[in-house]
Design a protein around this ligand. Structure first.
Ligand SMILES: [Zn+2]
Length: 369
């Protein structure tokens, strides 16, 4: 605080003197006019209107004046600050506009430059899912096994407990290779790979075999004559349904997150007992069942999705491969890859998988995740 309080004349307080105030305003206006960028103007703003600026300090002196003198001094300082602020605002607009124009000029696109025209592809969703499945199982110590797509009848049927007179054999629309008398066909499942492996390798065996399979099926939204399966086979001492359930559960969780699986009794010639594997709907988790207000497209409000088949390997299959069934047992499971991509990625038409439109692959971002 400054100045005595008796017979007080505000003119005597130097910082509130009209000439002094005018001089501070003039300094501020000069500095504002000289600022050539918004960054410089910011510094000017701090120096001339900030808490420690001469005008702000002068403003604080007003409180120390006798009441009669306060009004006059307040008006003087208020007007001075108003002029400075107005000048700052005008200069700010001027500089910002100039800077914008300069930036736009600098960033002008040269439309004559060549552009990158090669389109970006993406892994096919089937390939991406097969890679994912192989990652899941190799991480658990399983091996990947592959086999021929054209098979002899024995590998495709007989060894899998589907003898020539077995009724299930007629259920599969097999594509036979000419001449039919040679007994060669396009494999109807990836199961023959199990036989090839068991003939070459003594247990313990843990393999996953993804690949193409072939049926004389219609070509429509839900059927393709060529589609993909992945099969798993584990043969070792003391293998039980418990191991099978644990493995299928781990597989389901790796593919779909925190979901449960359900086994329904079924019949397959190559496993005994056999089960169909249902997956708890990973979208609604069953909340859509009996709840018309919350329908679920993924499971058609059934709460479960059919995913594949599985079971304990029929001893006849192991015997056909020369494996001692008193020592060893095994489990096997198989899932449709196309079907898995279909409901995992909400791709309702199987024909999109084979028609080669890169937009389909790209829309699924190369896969499965
Ligand atoms: Zn659902």
């Amino acid at each position: 605080m400054s100045g005595p309080n008796t017979n007080y004349d505000p003119v005597q307080v130097s910082t509130l003197d009209a000439n002094q105030v005018d001089a501070r305003v003039a300094e501020a206006l000069d500095a504002i006019a000289e600022a050539s960028t918004t960054a410089e103007l910011k510094q000017v703003r701090i120096a001339h209107t900030g808490d420690k600026s001469p005008l702000a300090l002068a403003n604080r002196e007003i409180g120390a004046l006798p009441p009669a003198a306060r009004k006059d001094a307040g008006k003087r300082i208020g007007q001075a600050r108003g002029r400075v602020n107005q000048a700052l605002k005008a200069r700010q607009e001027e500089l910002a506009e100039a800077e914008l124009e300069a930036r736009l000029a600098a960033e002008t696109t040269d439309v004559t430059l060549p552009v990158v025209t090669s389109p970006q592809g993406a892994p096919h969703p089937i390939t991406a899912l097969i890679d994912d499945v192989c990652d899941v199982f190799t991480a658990m110590g399983w091996e990947i096994a592959e086999g021929p797509e054209a098979e002899s009848e024995w590998f495709n049927f007989d060894a899998l407990n589907l003898g020539t007179d077995h009724p299930a054999r007629a259920l599969q629309d097999t594509l036979w290779l000419d001449p039919v008398s040679d007994g060669k066909c396009m494999r109807t499942a990836t199961s023959p790979v199990q036989i090839h492996t068991l003939l070459k390798q003594q247990p313990p065996v843990r393999i996953i075999s993804p690949g193409k399979v072939f049926r004389a099926d219609e070509y429509d939204a839900t059927h393709l004559p060529v589609f993909h399966q992945v099969e798993g086979l584990c043969v070792d001492k003391g293998i039980t349904m418990g191991h099978l359930k644990g493995t299928v559960d781990a597989f389901a969780r790796a593919m779909f997150g925190d979901v449960r699986t359900r086994f329904r009794p079924h019949y397959f010639p190559f496993t005994e007992p056999s089960a169909e594997v249902d997956l708890e709907c990973f979208v609604c988790h069953g909340a859509s069942v009996g709840n018309p207000d919350r329908p679920c497209r993924t499971c058609r409000s059934e709460g479960w999705i059919e995913w594949g088949g599985c079971g304990i390997v029929n001893p006849r299959v192991l015997i056909a491969c020369g494996i001692d069934t008193r020592v060893y047992s095994g489990f096997a499971f198989g899932m449709g890859i196309d079907r898995t991509v279909m409901f995992r990625n909400n791709a309702p038409d199987l024909r999109d998988f084979v028609e080669g439109d890169v937009r389909f692959s790209r829309s699924l971002k190369g896969g499965a995740r």
